[in-house]
Design a protein around this ligand. Structure first.
Ligand code: NAD
Length: 404
């Protein structure tokens, strides 16, 4: 047995935190667990215009002839703030339709993108997209608990699907999405934008070239303190829409980084969760998740994610036998910083503009559709990650090391 297989007490000493693992998720996945009646429902509904996300000042130029037309499903902060501007500037794609449960918001967004009235759909007439030749692909930007159902619906109307991260809330849902893609003969991609972002791509190259020698350990921190909220107003704290919470939403970036920087998937997982009583933010989800992973090579990773830890941090570091790579901030929309230390000398690296990640991701999916380019972040990658998230919660709930 390696040091990794320590007792629960030893784990908590190593972690330096008194986290407890409530049996909240034992025996059922977050997606299957019931929410309280006051929570936002696990069905697609109209919501107000988001608190962030600006519409363009001028209508984007008309698409080129071979451009891939996307219908954007769910007009929330990320769809309006990042997805739609990225589609408009990616070159080989464009916004061709919107799908929303709020007609006023949909009309406002459609008009800003120069879309005709008949390119506005809602959750009830979604099936009519099957007859709309302007739409080749559907971008799902709904709360995570709705990804599987709406991806299946999108394949049923014969379109390709780009789905936001995380893919879904349970491995079963992920499997359903992949099967639906195969049945329809249409492509499925998961929107893991860091695979198109220059800093993270350069970090992957550096690790492949052994810039820090043999990797010994990777540490990731993705956390912030969420303001007052509750399941009746915010899907991110509703278990049936968000799963366990911070891990699926934010910690997934640390999990992904540990995998794409090590180039491995873990063989053993040990995790603890924290869910403080009496806090409406954490009535249904965990406040924090701490995970230790061991890889087949012997390298380890330590991941911490939380909605209740300030100041916020988004940091990834890789420690090898010949150096260290530090990314801080590591996986955000911009402002990335990266330092490589070798032989005691630190070098600041600036491999490119992180803001290209959004449009490059969309352009890649267009390349996959038009030229059959292999998808860098396919459904299978999303499914791998949900299985790991499942293993993390199993470890915490059952208070044991999970062997994969
Ligand atoms: P949001 O709350 O701003 O928007 C969600 C939208 O979904 C709402 O505006 C509404 O139009 C629609 N919706 C339909 N049914 C709903 C329901 N029952 N409850 C709440 N909203 C409902 O959320 P967001 O931040 O835009 O996140 C949407 C998706 O995008 C999630 O999957 C999230 O993980 C992902 N996301 C990805 C990134 C990234 O960097 N890749 C960043 C933010 C969000």
């Amino acid at each position: 047995m390696t040091d990794f297989h320590h007792s629960r007490r030893r784990f908590m000493q190593l972690s330096g935190a008194a986290l407890i693992a409530p049996p909240l998720l034992t025996g059922c996945s977050p997606a299957q667990a019931a929410s309280s009646p006051a929570s936002l429902p696990r069905k697609a509904i109209g919501m107000p215009f988001p608190s962030w996300g600006r519409l363009p000042d001028t209508i984007p130029p008309a698409p080129k002839e071979d451009s891939v037309g996307f219908a954007v499903v769910g007009l929330g902060g990320y769809a309006i703030g990042q997805v739609m501007p990225a589609l408009a500037k990616a070159g080989r794609c464009h916004v061709a339709a919107v799908v929303s449960g709020n007609p006023d918001k949909a009309a406002r967004v459609a008009s800003a993108y120069g879309l005709p009235k008949d390119a506005i759909y809602n959750y009830d007439n979604f099936d009519e997209l099957a007859k709309d030749d302007r739409v080749d692909a559907i971008y799902i930007v709904l709360p995570t608990g709705l990804h599987a159902d709406w991806t299946e619906k999108a394949f049923a109307v014969g379109k390709h699907v780009l789905c936001e991260k995380p893919m879904a809330l349970s491995p079963q849902e992920g499997e359903r999405m992949i099967s639906a893609s195969k049945r329809a003969g249409r492509k499925l991609m998961i929107a893991y934008r860091c695979h198109f972002e220059p800093y993270n791509l350069h970090a992957m190259d550096l690790m492949r070239d052994k810039a820090v020698g043999t990797i010994k350990t990777i540490e990731t921190f993705q956390h912030y303190r969420m303001g007052p909220t509750s399941p009746s107003e915010n899907w991110r704290v509703v278990r049936s829409l968000a799963g366990g919470g911070a891990l699926e939403d934010y910690g997934i970036y640390g999990l992904q980084a540990a995998l794409y920087l090590s180039g491995e998937t873990p063989s053993h997982i040990r995790a603890v969760t924290e869910q403080p009583a009496g806090d409406p933010r954490f009535a249904e989800i965990f406040a924090s998740v701490r995970t230790e992973m061991q890889f087949p090579s012997g390298a380890t990773a330590s991941l911490f994610t939380s909605y209740d830890s300030a100041p916020g941090r988004n940091r990834v570091s890789v420690h090898g036998d010949a150096g260290t790579l530090l990314m801080d901030p590591a996986t955000g929309y911009g402002g990335h910083k990266m330092t490589l230390t070798q032989g005691g000398k630190a070098k600041v690296l600036k491999p490119g503009d992180p803001s290209v990640q959004f449009s490059r991701q969309c352009a890649h999916f267009a390349d996959a559709i038009l030229d059959d380019v292999e998808i860098r972040t396919p459904g299978e990658m999303g499914l791998r990650d949900i299985r790991l998230i499942d293993a993390i919660y199993t470890s915490a709930a059952e208070d044991r090391v999970v062997t994969l």
